[in-house]
Design a protein around this ligand. Sequence first.
Ligand SMILES: C[S@@+](CC[C@H](N)C(=O)[O-])C[C@H]1O[C@@H](n2cnc3c(N)ncnc32)[C@H](O)[C@@H]1O
Length: 275
Amino acid sequence: MTDANPYLVAELIDAGLNRREARWLLEEFGADDHESIAALRRGAQRRLAGEPLQYVLGHWPFRSLDLDLDPRVLIPRPETEELVGVAIAELARADVTVPVIVDLGCGSGAIGLSLLAELLERGVVASLVAVDESLDALAVARHNAAKHGLHAVSFVQSSWFEALDRSLRGRVDLVVANPPYVGAEEFASLEPVLRYEPLGALVAGDTSATPGFADLEAIIVEAPSWLAPGGLLICEHGNMQRDAVLTTAVGAGFGDVRDLDDMSGWPRILVARRS
Ligand SMILES: C[S@@+](CC[C@H](N)C(=O)[O-])C[C@H]1O[C@@H](n2cnc3c(N)ncnc32)[C@H](O)[C@@H]1O
């Protein structure tokens, strides 16, 4: 593949970007006039200063959707794409005709909006309640829903289930969540690039036995009272939290409880079905 503008690509590589990122930035900002070249150089400076490429570009693919992203929301991860795949397969098995889905901690809307879009492709019209305690995150999720023409969504500012409409109790077919699950101590040892993302999207309180488990525990314990009989809770969790999610889910009364590895072989996705 030849570079459309070899001089600008060379300039960006000289400045310290790798060729792939230089091409991406050029494709994003263009080089048609002084303004676009100035925007390209500003983007390159942000990237060179360490900002994640996804924020610099302002959007990133997640399964079938191109999601707009900025530092108000977490950058959705590949393992979360796997969670969506698991949820689609589980819903198909459950054979629910008009699923009611709650996405707790929706961030950019990655999980819930992907589910809506992919279920629609299969002829299934679901409804989604997208929940976040961050108004900023809800604004991004709302924007992404409009961008993709996904209208069967209500957006609720809430700490987990707290402000959900009581009429949903016992009626939800699927609760999905990728809550914060990194303990504060572990976070301090992680790569500095994570500091560009909202702290409240990543770091959770500890429980007596498990660092970073407080939000997952709150969700797992409360989910059964919102789920319909046979309803599913599917949650992403940390590498060291398998025992905690399984024990908590069994203790919360879920009948059928499994935990799946991600594609890198780490314990990652809790699948719990209400009896
Ligand atoms: C790990 S991010 C996940 C974002 C998105 N679901 C994804 O997978 O890319 C966690 C999200 O949970 C939200 N959050 C944190 N604490 C919350 C709480 N108590 N109630 C509701 N949302 C919360 C954060 O604002 C953030 O958007």
